[in-house]
Ligand binder design. Sequence first.
Ligand SMILES: [Zn+2]
Length: 435
Amino acid sequence: MAAATPGPDVKDALFRRIAARRGEAADLTAALIRIPTVNPPGDAYEPCARFLGERLAARGFSVEYLRAEGAVGDSARYPRLNVVARIEGDGPGPCVHFNSHIDVVAPGEGWTVDPFGGAVRDGRVYGRGACDMKGGLAASIVAVEAILDAGIAFPGAIEISGTVDEETGGYAGVAWLAERGYFSPPRVDHVIIPEPLYKDAVCLGHRGVWWSEVEVRGRIAHGSMPFLGVSAIRGMGAFLAKVERELYPRLAQRRTRMPVIPDRARQSTLNFNSLHGGLPEQDGRDGFPSALVADRCRLVLDRRYLVEESEDEVKREIRDLLEALKAEQPEFDYELRDLWSVPPTLTEPDAPVVRALDRAIEAVLGAPPRHVASPGTYDQKHVARIGHLHDCVAYGPGILELAHQPDEYIDIDDMVASAQIMAAAALDLLGGPAS
Ligand SMILES: [Zn+2]
């Protein structure tokens, strides 16, 4: 049987169909926000996965629930339950996969609305995860359901997944599934991750990250006679001064070809995550600390690096500063430990998924698409490194800066526009009639 006649009419009808689902997109987002999938610890993953699976099963998807047993964080109390739903088209062809993480970060302070209430007001849906990224997940579902309801024939298959733990590295989510072939050909060919990076922008990837711990070791002594010991805190102070003087100016010089946003992240950056020296912290109300020269001082570093840099160079740069200090101060003693690292990921701007989204953005918004890269990492790293699938980007509604903030929201018009763009791009990639 031949597919429906291709052409712009099919696409326009589909766009109208999606626009008519404005209320449904808002309701679905609100329903997802009301399932408080806070991570850590990984609350309510099971009801959220089942909610998605049941909705998609009712639409004809075959649904798999995949618990990452044995993965970090998985327990009977907090099962790491992922859901993958797949619907086959009319014949052999590629598979387009929409992947969203279902976890959200803790609400924190400063909210003027209930973070898990899903309030709809002034054209926005409010709540923790509205923007990052339950709004994007809802938009992808509305997009795919509209294709199905329109009866548009397409070859291949479409998948929608809801995965866990992105906010804590994605090891029980996309990484775990990628290790089992869920993000590799021949099962999947193109992946769109609806993270909040603006409705007119395609996010090609992210910078790399290296977390490490520097421990400076001193020698304990009585605090009234500090000259008898070696202060680890003063040693760390010397290291921090060296970083400030020698490394920060160098990092600021390193601009990347990666289109990282915001613009000030389009370079190498370094953050001191935490610093502690001496006795365990006390706030003064529990009495006085004892008089001691600190024999330990620990610093956690968060270094974000570029495709133009290698992890080895990034590590060597820190080690060289430490070694230089040791040469200057014979009593300076340190240890440098790796904590976590992820290399940068960058999909080529002429990759099929990028071109399809570019065309769809142009068609729906009438404006040229932007290409961006994310300052922080997200699950694309696992698709690229474990799945070896490089036709993967982030594209979704929402304003990046609202992620993890109080009074987080998603604009409903943006959800509708991005759902239209996702639907058009999916059909384009599948080679269906609206392409
Ligand atoms: Zn996210």
